[in-house]
Design a protein. Structure first.
Length: 113
């Protein structure tokens, strides 16, 4: 559904609210689903930082590395599947023989409802 944003912002879908980083939508969503449920999801999205038990977390008050944020946000683009980010996927020698290859396993952490 759409969200009515105070301060004359109008109504926005959740997708637009995320894209525009609209804080009222983030706080309202966290309040509706519960801080503990959000904390659980953040850990499933690869974020190791402990999530404080308050709504200020929805405003981005937690220290999260760019590495963890890349993994978490990529789950939206991967249809709810978390894939741990890797800096190097494959190493080959001068003859194109694979020395090391990282295999990832997607983990479903969100679904469309």
């Amino acid at each position: 559904g759409n969200w009515r944003v105070s301060e004359g912002g109008g109504s926005y879908t959740m997708k637009v609210s995320l894209a525009k980083s609209l804080n009222p939508a983030a706080v309202r969503t966290m309040n509706m689903v519960g801080v503990k449920n959000v904390a659980k999801l953040t850990h499933e999205l690869g974020i190791s930082e402990e999530i404080p038990n308050n709504l200020a977390t929805a405003l981005g008050t937690t220290d999260i590395t760019i590495y963890e944020m890349v993994g978490a946000y990529s789950a939206f683009a991967n249809y709810g599947n978390y894939i741990k980010p890797e800096m190097v996927w494959r190493i080959e020698d001068a003859n194109s023989r694979v020395i090391k290859e990282v295999k990832t396993t997607p983990k479903e952490v969100m679904n469309e409802v």
